[in-house]
Design a protein. Structure first.
Length: 117
């Protein structure tokens, strides 16, 4: 039980330190806004033209699909390393995993999720 006491004590101390630092920065921090600093751009450059346009949602969708399938492939490395210990059970489990991934891939491909227009 003492382990939990020390962990909770550490969490409380961390929360108090974070709160104190936030409060100190709010109270002691400089406040000198200027019209240049109040512009919505981070770099401070005054905009001379309208924004170019928006990125298509398809870009974010393909990026998320890439990350999902990339992470799923990373799960195959520990399986390949431990295949000798897992034997037939591990092989069957990975076959099921790959089949589920293939079904998801075919579904996304059929819906046009990988088309870049």
């Amino acid at each position: 039980m003492t382990e939990y006491f020390y962990i909770s004590l550490f969490a409380v101390v961390a929360i108090v330190v974070i709160g104190a630092l936030l409060a100190l920065s709010t109270v002691l921090g400089p406040r000198n806004p200027s019209p240049q600093k109040l512009l919505p751009y981070e770099c401070g450059i005054i905009p001379t033209e309208e924004a170019k346009g928006r990125y298509p949602v398809r870009f974010a969708t393909i990026a998320m699909l890439f990350i999902i399938f990339d992470v799923e492939v990373v799960f195959m490395y520990p399986w390949a390393v431990a295949l000798e210990e897992l034997q037939l059970f591990g092989l069957i489990e990975m076959a099921i995993f790959i089949i589920i991934l293939a079904i998801a891939y075919v579904y996304i491909w059929g819906r046009g999720g990988l088309e870049w227009d």
